[in-house]
Design a protein around this ligand. Structure first.
Ligand SMILES: *Cc1c(COP(=O)(O)O)cnc(C)c1O
Length: 388
């Protein structure tokens, strides 16, 4: 089940094993597969926050049309990776970040009327963009539409959130952009959800987003807008469900240029988190596999409250003169090295055989894994970062 190249990479890791393995070829393959089902002219961006490891960002910058960033730090990564185009989102952009976005020629996904005013002020203060469109800053208005809910774990639209403009603020925002000679209204940004596993529902959401955008453009007398539908293609981290990419082929609208900003779908399957079993113990009737690692490296299962499945990588060698502890055919909880009962990656997964010194490998860990984790809690050493 584990790819040989991942097993090979882990064989080189120092003991006790604690490592992330990123396979940039997998990330590139995911981007190619997505591209194949998108309509002509659609742009595919990689959302850097899923995994900002420079090798992953560089690999995806090379095959996608560009990168989506949500902070000044990510913007710097994107510039360094030579992104073809950059979109900058996030509800809390500082003036310094906006100025850097202008410098970089990024499209700014504007999240509020105030942000728009600040962007215009910075542009007129001489931070002029250099995107070729007469030096104007490309703006996409991020809108939290009414009634655009999608299935998925992180709703961001159709419900109250800090993201985007309320539809009632759109008149003011459009008038503002149009009154600014240094801003160019490229279109709308309608990112709605993360981790949606229903591809048909996603296609319907994209169609709804395009309809909405074209109606808005007509109302305001704008040319055909670019419609950024954000990210949200899902990964079933806990089980065997999958987002059926093929269901998108021919099902996406072509009446406006689309922009996709995918994070999880491209990055998650390109990463594995591996942690060696340091102890096996039975406590109040449950077996615990205590790992050199835990939720400070891979927080997703704790953050979302699910059990992340693992594969046992049997590891030879036992340096002590006493018997190597092992269990057979039992359910174990995979827990980390932190002094908190919440440091749990998996509950109750059955193992045929597990020994101290074996390595548990958690797949689909390349997106929102290391990047969302609280690395310094308890000051354990960081995992090895192995790029293959
Ligand atoms: C996080 C984010 C994405 C990527 O979302 P995924 O669910 O990882 O695909 C895209 N666009 C914006 C604005 C985001 O905040």
């Amino acid at each position: 089940m584990l790819p040989d190249r991942v097993v090979g990479a882990l064989a080189t890791a120092p003991r006790p094993v604690c490592a992330y393995v990123y396979d940039t070829g997998v990330a590139r393959g995911r981007a190619a597969a997505v591209r194949e089902v998108l309509p002509e002219g659609a742009a595919l961006l990689y959302a850097v926050k899923a995994n900002g490891a420079p090798a992953v960002v560089a690999a995806l910058a090379g095959v996608a049309d560009g990168l989506e960033v949500a902070s000044g730090g990510e913007l710097e990564l994107a510039v360094r990776a030579g992104a073809g185009r950059t979109a900058f989102s996030g509800p809390a952009k500082t003036d310094a970040e906006l100025a850097a976005a202008i410098e970089a020629g990024a499209t700014v996904n504007v999240e509020s009327v105030l942000e728009l005013r600040r962007l215009a002020a910075l542009a007129s203060a001489g931070k002029g963009g250099r995107d070729g469109k007469a030096g104007r800053v490309r703006v996409a208005l991020r809108v939290n539409r009414a009634g655009a809910a999608l299935p998925g774990s992180h709703q961001m639209t159709g419900v109250p959130t800090p993201f985007g403009l309320d539809e009632s603020a759109l008149d003011e925002a459009v008038a503002l952009v149009r009154g600014q000679p240094l801003l160019h209204l490229a279109g709308f940004h309608l990112h709605a959800v993360s981790n949606n596993l229903d591809a048909a529902a996603h296609a319907a959401f994209v169609a709804g987003a395009v309809d909405w955008s074209l109606r808005a453009a007509t109302r305001y007398g704008l040319p055909t807008p670019e419609v950024n539908v954000g990210g949200g293609f899902g990964i079933d981290h806990a089980g065997a469900g999958r987002f059926d990419l093929a269901a998108l082929r021919g099902a996406l609208p072509t009446a406006a240029p689309l922009v996709f900003e995918l994070g999880r779908y491209l990055a998650a399957p390109a990463g594995w988190y591996a942690a060696e079993v340091l102890d096996l113990k039975r406590n109040h009737g449950r077996w615990f596999a205590v790992l050199r690692g835990g939720t400070h490296h891979f927080r997703l299962p704790a953050a979302w409250g699910y059990s992340h499945p693992f594969t046992v990588l049997p590891t030879p060698g036992w340096p002590y003169g006493f018997a190597r502890p092992e269990v057979r055919d039992v359910e174990v909880d995979a827990v980390g090295e932190l002094c908190t009962p919440r440091d749990v990656l998996t509950r109750g997964q059955r193992v045929d055989r597990l020994r101290v010194g074996d390595v548990l490998v958690f797949g689909n860990a390349g997106g929102y894994g290391w990047d969302i984790s609280h690395h310094d809690f308890l000051r354990h050493p960081y995992p090895e970062m192995i790029v293959i």
